[in-house]
Design a protein around this ligand. Sequence first.
Ligand SMILES: [Zn+2]
Length: 295
Amino acid sequence: MMKRTVAPSARKKILNVCILLVACAVASLARAQGRASAEQGSLTLSQLIELVQIPAPDTLVARQIAERGIDFEVDDLLLQEFQNMGAGPRTMDSLRKSLLEKQGAESVAEWMERAEQQWQNGDFSTAMQYAQQVLAVDPANQRARKIAGVYSLKAHDWDRAASYAQHVISSGESLEVDVQHRHDMFVSVSLCKGKLALSKGEMSFRSLNNKDHNFTLPLSEMEEFNINQDKAAVHTRITKLEKGKPKKQNFDFMSPDATYQKSGDTLYLECPRCDSFLNFLHSLLESAVAGTQAQ
Ligand SMILES: [Zn+2]
């Protein structure tokens, strides 16, 4: 009987052929996948939302963004929404990077310069647009946060201001908020307009109506502060020096847009976006006081 054997050199040849075949198969598979992802085109907003909501693994989503790109505009608010949806840190970084590439050669420093220039020119809304562009790629940029914070405060946009103002305070800078404080008198109530300046260690009020109501005090001396829904105010209790003597006083700060209206014999309060204002001012006081305690 003849026994067919394969010489060792031939065996080696077969093995090499096999390796070559496997390599070819892998390569063509990879080509096919490459074609598939090219055919898929850039990620749309709804596709990305779907991926984040599944939720798909952070690294996978980030890779999809990096490889396919995105076909929608990103600003800081959209980034914030993805953050709220639970997008992972790599996904967020990838979104910021792809945005930066899309914006082309313009650098963050250039946008920042334009933002500050427009601010000085008095074109606050254009300055805000540049600041938001900066924040979309560099969310921790202090100068852009300050512009966005001050702009939102000017516009009485309390919800937006909330996301910037605390960072400004905790970085050691001060902010000025339009407020009114409430004078409770025997038979009526009146409102006194002014500006409340807050920084890490200090709070000061400047009345536009009555200089006697001005005060500056270290926040460590504020006895209490809380939201009083009935009065639609953030209530504070402070110790104020009067003729050299410390005197405890209540200051109730209200939204600058609140007004008292008369209907027949009754006086009622009209306070647009009241809750937004109260929550904003209360959280701002919290971070200013927290900064004092940390010092
Ligand atoms: Zn007053």
